[in-house]
Design a protein around this ligand. Structure first.
Ligand code: HXC
Length: 260
């Protein structure tokens, strides 16, 4: 894989993807989006993988948005193409078969906030700032922000952020449920890796099915979603993981899951 805008590190079956354009605060241009798509597509075939942590290079920014200099002269069709590419990347992250954690190490604005929202879990450093400042640029969010933000924090809070373009700090992002935890900057990656380590000790099939049923179920009405849960619950009983997990409990030992 030829990566110019990202770095990819694999340790202990966890991939760390770092958007690496520090001079433009890791802004997402089409090449960077294409590389993200390539990396997540390739990692999706990695059977042993526990999950992916995505972060930004430097100590100032996670991702300061889509690249404004790339978009300034776009016409309608190029704008549409950019939006579609962003949606494809973020939908790929949301549907990635394993857990994806956003390690938000600074500004997460516009497309950066949207990318973080497509991840399963958001952990941020105490200097992080979140916002959807698109109205300052005369546009609306184009990578799913108008949809994922109200689903995460509620319509009223989302519309206030969208109308004002205001940035909120880490404490406020935590208060409104936009992030799971706030930690000191030097603890950010270790914290995300510790979560992945804990996940790595659980039944791997159960982890994948949890993600599938939550993500799919949120798009369905409650009755259908619960039926889908019942289907996936029953599938667990076809796995070695279920036999090992329940046997280990009854034998008062730790489960040793093999089904990765
Ligand atoms: C391109 C960007 C950028 C961006 C920052 N830079 N954000 N370049 N696209 N989104 C560049 C700056 O131009 C500057 O380049 C360098 O990064 C450092 O930024 P400064 O502004 O000098 O830093 P600072 O004063 O600390 O301010 C940080 C900031 C500010 C508050 C994050 O940069 C900012 O407001 N950025 C724009 C945020 C934004 O509006 N994002 C939404 C984009 S639209 P030079 O060359 O001068 O050093 C979007 C829509 C998605 O995301 C959907 C599309 C379809």
């Amino acid at each position: 894989m030829d990566l110019n805008n990202l770095t990819l590190e694999l340790t202990d079956r966890v991939a760390v993807v770092t958007v690496n354009r520090p001079k433009s605060l890791n802004a997402l241009n089409p090449d960077t989006l294409a590389e993200l798509l390539e990396v997540f597509t390739a990692l999706g075939d990695h059977e042993d993988l526990v999950g992916v942590v995505i972060t930004g290079s430097g100590e100032k920014a996670f991702i300061a948005g889509a690249d404004i200099s790339a978009m300034k002269d776009y016409g309608v069709l190029e704008g549409r193409q950019m939006g579609k590419l962003g949606h494809l990347v973020l939908d790929t992250i949301a549907a990635f078969p394993k857990p994806v954690i956003a390690a938000v190490n600074g500004f997460a604005l516009g497309g950066g906030c949207e990318l973080a929202m497509a991840c399963d879990i958001r952990i941020c450093s105490d200097n992080a700032k979140f916002g959807q400042p698109e109205v300052n640029l005369g546009v609306i969010p184009g990578f799913g922000g108008t949809q994922r933000l109200p689903r995460l924090v509620g319509t009223g809070r989302a519309l206030e952020l969208l109308f004002t373009g205001d940035m909120i700090d880490a404490a406020e992002a935590f208060r409104i449920g936009l992030v799971n935890r706030v930690v000191k900057q030097q603890e950010l990656l270790p914290e995300c890796l510790a979560i992945m380590k804990k996940i790595s000790t659980k039944g791997p099939l159960a982890i994948q099915l949890c993600k599938d049923v939550v993500r799919t179920g949120m798009e369905l009405d409650l009755a259908r979603a619960c039926r889908y849960e019942a289907d996936l619950f029953s599938i667990c009983f076809a796995s070695e993981d279920q036999k090992e997990g329940m046997t280990a409990f009854l034998e008062k030992r730790k489960a040793d899951f093999k089904n990765r």
